[in-house]
Design a protein around this ligand. Sequence first.
Ligand code: MRU
Length: 347
Amino acid sequence: MRSVVWSNNCLTLLNQTLLPNKVEYIECNDWQRAAEAIRRLEVRGAPAIGAAAAFALVLGARELTGLEFCKFKHKLAATAEALRQTRPTAINLFWAIDRMLGVVNRLPPNTAADTAIAALEQEAIAIAQEDRTVNEKMAAHGAGLFTTPTTVLTHCNAGALATVALGTALGVIRKAWSQGNITGVFADETRPLLQGARLTAWELMQDGIPVTLITDNMAGWVMKNKMVQAVLVGADRIALNGDVANKIGTYSVAILAKEHGIPFYVAAPVSTFDFTINSGTDIPIEERCATEVTSLGGNCVAPAGVQVFNPAFDVTPHTLISAIITEYGLLQAPYQESIKQLAALRK
Ligand code: MRU
């Protein structure tokens, strides 16, 4: 199961909108198809869309072969801008695009387009490969939190499907499971697009990790009945004060965890931190179309014309977060301090 694959100048994406019913791949031969895949959530999850956007820029750059370098850079910047418009919340998308443009901007003024394209391809491959090692490091650090057999609850999908490799939250779960410290996982179904039901349940079942699917409104009762001992989720953007944007519903789960005295952990790589914003109020929250809420499995489940609010993400305040697991180790409160230290480490 690989969500993002680059080979023979082609970007292949596992079409996540069809899972678990169909395992089908999309071949993106141009950057527009890759952009469309990001917009439609055919590829989704913060690190995976970052990697997909990096390869989309390589595809875009290939169309500029033979151009004089100044024109090449100008047109590449326009492609980058279009890619930035695909989804607003996950910062990994912007991080990957900036990193790719940085490579081109550091080349000397008379660089041949082919040289720039080769450098871009190398960088995109590096972004994808690094995601693999970063996931492994996070898994090792995060697994240390689980020293006795624990059942965890997760929300949305922060697994291999959402990254290039092991996953963030599910990477930690996989590692802790291999060490005998995970007894099972409760997966919230994650309405409206069911990433928990369709993707997390499927992914964990592939690995033989015991998973129990619940609807989103069951999490409180599961906690009340002491059926989970920890919550572990991924993130789309983390502010300097430790506020975390993640899939809509995460905030409610965090409040429930607090009420029941259950630790609430977030697993996210440094590329998910936005070191330019002070708090979660500065995080742009994507709003998606009403039909995602008014229909289920292609069937209409609400009266025609009903007013709908469909934010795709919410922000969990740092006060509800027990620890943030990164590739550099665990961050704890005061987050203002620990995130400042993280920013310095990454430089
Ligand atoms: O809208 P999605 O499916 O892209 O949202 C994904 C999430 O919210 C994930 O939890 C997040 O990206 C972490 S993925 C490692």
